[in-house]
Every structure is written in C-alpha cells, then in structure tokens.
Ligand binder design. Structure first.
Ligand SMILES: [Fe+2]
Length: 167
C-alpha cells in the first residue's frame, strides 16, 4: 500500500551488476568519505564567497560561486551513486564532518588565509578521489571510476585558479 511505502526507511538493496557485495560496500564507504568531504568543502567555499574582501573581491566572489554550484551538483551525483550500488547515502551535517578529510572551519579568517585553506582542501579532495579511482578500478566499477576521475580534474583546476589569485 502507498502509505506503508511512505513509512519505509532507505536500506541496503541487492544489486546484481557484477560487482560483489563486499566490494560495493567498501566502495560505498569510500564514496561516503568523498561526499562528506565535498559537503564540508561546499560550506567552506560559501563562507569565502560571503566574506571575501579586498582587491580580488569580484573575481573570488564569482569564482567561489562557480565552485560551490559545481560541488552541489557533483555531490548529489556521487551520493546517488552510493544508492545505485546498493547502499545508503550519508545524512546530517555531523555525519559529513565526521567522515570528511576536509576540516570544518568556524573561525573567520583573513581572505588570503581562507583562500590558502581552500587550495589545500581542493588538493585533499583530489588526493582522496585518486584513491577512490584506484579502488573503483580494482573492483571493476568503471562507472564510479569515471565519475571520480572527472572530479580529480575539477579540484586540481579549482586549486590552480585560487592559487593564481594570490600573488
Ligand atoms: Fe551569492
């Protein structure tokens, strides 16, 4: 009945697409770390977008807007990939912070300090994604590997663009 479906809670579902459960499970844990890190980074990029001051205001304000919009879309795709390989996506800000390689920042920093921190964060993301690609390749999941490969380049490019605003 429709009503009982509405009361259901998301849970693991069987997936028979050729990747073993234990491998999909491990991959879903890796994707959870990636989604969580990307989510924390999203929040930090917004913080810079709102609080940037100084001669590079306009370029950094625009650049961070492009970056958080990209993170928003990519994160949605990667969280949904976890569902597609049979597992449940992370929920709740504290879950994101707990599973993130990007450290949450609550202190308001100087603009150049915020930018330097974002550069490091994008580099951490690229590094984590590279591990993700290796893992996806090792269990023969080219779809996940493709998705994550694409993200490596985006973060490397974001780090370059931010670095170029610092003299
Ligand atoms: Fe805005």
């Amino acid at each position: 009945m429709a009503q009982s479906n509405m009361q259901s809670v998301a849970k693991e579902v069987p997936v028979e697409t050729g990747v073993e459960r234990k491998d999909r499970r491990k991959l879903s844990e890796m994707l959870t770390r990636i989604v969580a890190s990307s989510h924390v980074l999203y929040g930090k990029v917004r913080g810079v977008h709102w609080n940037v001051v100084g001669p590079n205001f306009y370029s950094l304000h625009k650049m961070t807007e492009e970056q958080y919009e990209d993170l928003h879309t990519a994160n949605d795709d990667m969280a949904e990939r976890i569902r597609a390989i049979g597992f449940t996506a992370p929920t709740g800000l504290s879950t994101m912070i707990k599973n993130s390689v990007v450290t949450d920042e609550t202190e308001l920093l100087k603009t150049d300090e915020m930018v330097r921190e974002l550069i490091e964060d994008h580099e951490k993301m690229a590094k984590l994604l590279r591990e993700g690609v290796t893992e996806a390749d090792s269990v023969d999941d080219p779809k996940t590997a493709d998705m994550l490969t694409e993200r490596i380049g985006v973060h490397e490019e974001a780090a370059w663009m931010l670095r170029a605003t610092l003299s």
